[in-house]
Design a binder for this molecule. Structure first.
Ligand code: ASP
Length: 325
């Protein structure tokens, strides 16, 4: 029987009602007790490194989760992480960079309703995740509503429905339906896993809105090492910020020019507003990467190197299906 480590971190799946609204309360043992069928699937052990609404999760929690998996990597065949849905896509992307070439499945899941509610999706998601973790597939992924999405491709696109996550610019990896796993995208060849222990968390995401003051643009850029600019369409910088961009580039900031359009990605050479800045400032662009992947990849890249050529090489090296372009 396969051995699976359940890592419980809080989220709606583990919530109970309080006078002040839902808050994480259940232990991993209590979660497992709600899915008795799991006993016939796998041998499960459980840990709970923290118990949070995922609104409160930050990069130090991603590093901690990667550490927990590294510590137990040889003892288990797969890992299931129960997590709040709100920042699940960021955690899945971050873990995709912190744990590369894993030949074991690392499956993140959660729920839109607490596991103790009658009409909950939690029991199905947890059971499907344990089943998928036993399937022998490799890599970091999100399982939600039967869909298995690469850890770098997920976005929470619905706040209430049970199909809360979409795979952006890439197909689902697999589906779990009626107790069966159907795999659509072959698992990549994997060797030994690489675990990383550093992120540069001084990375910010700045969403442009028409009329955003130039001083706000400059201020957020000054405060970080890496700046992801969520611009418009295929990508461009308004005239208003050219001077500020010049200052940031001269200060050695790593700047990524992304798009706020959810589908199909960037192509900043197309229009003059993008073309004029791309070469001049050696801007990076995400192409078809999600914003969640772009931000966490930049944290990982800047955690590995300060050298502009190496930063560029790492940023454009595909990891866990994050980039095709
Ligand atoms: N606020 C909750 C969380 O992210 C929402 C959820 O889990 O669905 O922890």
């Amino acid at each position: 029987m396969k051995r699976i480590l359940l890592i419980a971190t809080g989220g709606t799946i583990a919530c109970a009602k309080t006078e002040g609204g839902l808050a994480p309360a259940l232990s991993p043992e209590e979660l497992l007790a709600r899915v008795p069928d799991a006993q016939s699937l796998c041998h499960t052990e459980a840990v709970q490194p923290f118990n949070l609404d995922s609104t409160n999760i930050s990069p130090r929690h991603w590093l901690l989760l990667a550490q927990v998996i590294e510590k137990h990597y040889l003892d288990f065949d797969g890992f299931v992480i129960c997590h709040g849905t709100d920042t699940l896509a960021y955690t899945a992307a971050a873990l995709s960079y912190l744990i590369q070439h894993t030949r074991k499945p690392i499956v993140l899941t959660g729920a839109q309703k607490p596991i103790d509610q009658e009409d909950t999706d939690a029991r199905q998601n947890l059971l499907d995740s344990l089943r998928y973790a036993c399937s022998g597939d490799s890599g970091v992924c999100i399982l939600f509503g039967g869909h298995v999405i690469a850890g770098t491709r997920a976005r929470k696109t619905r706040t209430k429905s049970y199909n809360a996550f979409s795979s952006i610019n890439f197909p689902d990896l697999a589906e779990v339906r009626d107790h069966r796993v159907a795999r659509f995208i072959p698992c990549p060849q994997t060797g030994s896993p690489s675990f990383f222990h550093r992120l540069d968390t001084d990375v910010a995401l700045l969403k442009l809105v028409p009329g955003l003051p130039a001083e706000a643009f400059a201020a957020i850029g000054r405060l970080c090492d890496g700046l992801v600019i969520e611009s418009y369409g295929v990508g461009g910088i308004p005239d208003l910020y050219l001077e500020q961009l010049d200052t940031l580039a001269q200060a050695g900031k790593t700047i990524v020019l992304a798009t706020q359009v959810p589908q199909e990605g960037s192509d900043i050479s197309v229009y003059q507003v993008g073309h004029r800045v791309k070469e001049r400032y050696h801007l990076l662009e995400p192409y078809d990467m999600t914003l969640e992947a772009t931000v966490t990849k930049l944290m990982w890249v800047l955690g590995q190197s300060q050298n502009p050529e190496e930063i560029r090489r790492l940023f454009y090296s595909p990891v866990n299906f994050d980039l095709i372009f």
